[in-house]
Design a protein around this ligand. Structure first.
Ligand code: BYC
Length: 330
């Protein structure tokens, strides 16, 4: 088991009166929307929450390259191949900015990777599903990147400066990713019957896992209350999921595709879509390591880590040699 199940209960959020003066001053800065920077005072819980979320976000970007990387050699045209290659390279870049943002909090890249490989850190559940056809590359861009943007746009307002700034650039690139996915879907729905069926099949398989990307329902979300009080997470899991449904349903209609949810219905009074029940057992099962591709994804990350050992050793040997020369010269 390498992605632990949701199990902690979360602690109640302290009121200003219960805080010591340093912590109160910190909370007042947050409440006044003043960004927290690496050298500022921060409660240990704030630091740990950020390292957890940012490192898991970084792991998701890196693991997220795998389902798409699977299609680089099989993209249908040279142009599609170049676009997909650029997108996958962007994901690597996102992972790197995010690891850097987490490093400003005192976590090392090696420690974060070791946490992932030991099953102590998670990555997004969505990347444990397989990309079976070319249409899946369209669905990933449209739905998975669409869900990611919905989540990340609000993270641009996160109280921690380095994370919020990393999000600004990431969101710009994600918008291109989402467009390229939608463009693939547009092409397929205008194609042959077989291509239209492929597009529908991809939507059928990616819809529910995309809704799960936003995390457990608010009532079961362990970290939301504290993370929202610290403005690490400005908007709740359920609200973001609802915004995603409201935004995506008209896009599916434009494509002429059917969202695989018989309970999906416009609610005039709410001015939003009602949608069916999410299978949370499936979500928790994927988090436990039992999704269709968990083992394959982790094996790929483990191999990359093992294959890079000689390079990390070389860098360390070089640093030690430089240091000893410097000391000898002093
Ligand atoms: N998958 O209390 P909660 C991309 C975990 S990549 C797995 O609500 P929180 C892309 C959660 O970590 C974009 N685990 O937690 C790349 C926690 O467990 P731990 C990825 C999940 O943190 C390549 C537990 O469940 N985006 O776009 O307040 C190609 C309780 O949850 C998931 C991000 O990472 C999940 N879906 O809220 C294409 C965004 N959901 O940590 C595209 C940054 C929940 O206690 N992260 N868990 O062991 C966040 O915004 C928040 O961390 C979440 C969860 C909304 C995901």
């Amino acid at each position: 088991m390498y992605a632990q199940e949701v199990k902690s209960t979360g602690k109640p959020v302290k009121s200003l009166d219960e805080m010591d003066p340093e912590e109160r001053a910190f909370q007042e800065r947050i409440d006044a929307d003043i960004k927290i920077e690496p050298k500022d005072f921060m409660p240990e819980g704030y630091r740990k929450t950020l390292i957890r979320q940012i490192s898991q976000h970084a792991h998701s970007e890196i693991v997220g390259q795998l389902p798409e990387g699977n299609w680089i050699t099989r993209a249908p045209t040279l142009e599609r191949k170049a676009i997909l290659l650029a997108k996958v390279q962007d994901e690597a870049g996102h992972g790197l900015y995010l690891y850097c943002a987490a490093e400003t909090l005192g976590a090392s890249r090696d420690e974060m990777t070791e946490q992932l490989l030991a099953g102590k850190a998670k990555y997004s559940s969505i990347f444990n599903y397989p990309s079976l056809t070319w249409a899946d590359i369209g669905a990933i861009g449209w739905l998975v990147d669409g869900a990611a943007i919905m989540n990340q746009v609000q993270l641009q307002r996160c109280s921690y400066g380095p994370y919020s700034r990393a999000m600004v650039r990431i969101c710009k690139e994600e918008s291109f990713h989402q467009r390229q996915g939608y463009d693939i879907m547009m092409k397929l729905v205008k194609g042959t019957d077989a291509q239209q069926e492929m597009a529908q099949d991809a939507l059928d398989r990616w819809w529910w896992p995309s809704l799960m990307m936003f995390g457990p329902p608010d009532a079961q979300s362990v970290h939301s209350a504290q993370s929202m009080a610290w403005k690490i997470k400005p908007v709740s899991n359920d609200e973001l999921r609802q915004r995603f449904v409201d935004q995506t349903v008209p896009q599916a209609e434009y494509l002429g595709l059917q969202i695989p949810d018989p309970d999906l219905k416009w609610n005039e009074a709410r001015g939003r879509y009602d949608f069916g029940k999410i299978d949370w057992n499936e979500f928790y099962d994927v988090l436990k390591g039992n999704g269709p591709c968990n083992k394959e994804r982790m094996a790929a990350r483990q191999k990359a880590w093992d294959d890079g050992a000689w390079f990390r050793d070389g860098l360390m040997a070089h640093a030690r040699k430089k240091q000893s020369r410097k000391m000898a010269a002093e």
